[in-house]
Design a binder for this molecule. Sequence first.
Ligand code: SF4
Length: 142
Amino acid sequence: MKKILRGHHLLCTHGFKGMGYSPEFVEVMTEIVEDIRNEEADFPIQVVQGFDYACQACPHRGKTECIKSPDSNEHVLSMDGKVISHLGLSPGETYMKSDLVQRTAENVSPEDLEYLCEGCSWLEYGVCKNGIQELREKHLLK
Ligand code: SF4
């Protein structure tokens, strides 16, 4: 079944360690992450710059935009845009999960998160950089 993921969540799924904005959000994100990391599963993903399935469970979801803070919507949209552009994707287009994971492994280094995820409160924990490093080791050393 096709999934919808916003651009910056294409990165979050590799380092996610169960932290999140609410138990409901963590539960939904855990489901998504398990599907993304399941090497036996491949499925289409529509990449968007805006709300996705994970956002539906977020306590900071407003009617039409993220309301975590006055500038949060602009911030998450800008991270979506940076990731979409960095991976050579087009917003609204659909790709196979395997393609998106391979593009991420080939094109994103842990250091790139300093730019792509600038301003994200989870960046300082280091789990996201570790997740990208592990992804690269798994996919690029095959
Ligand atoms: S730093 Fe933030 S946006 Fe970047 S991968 Fe981690 S949680 Fe996602």
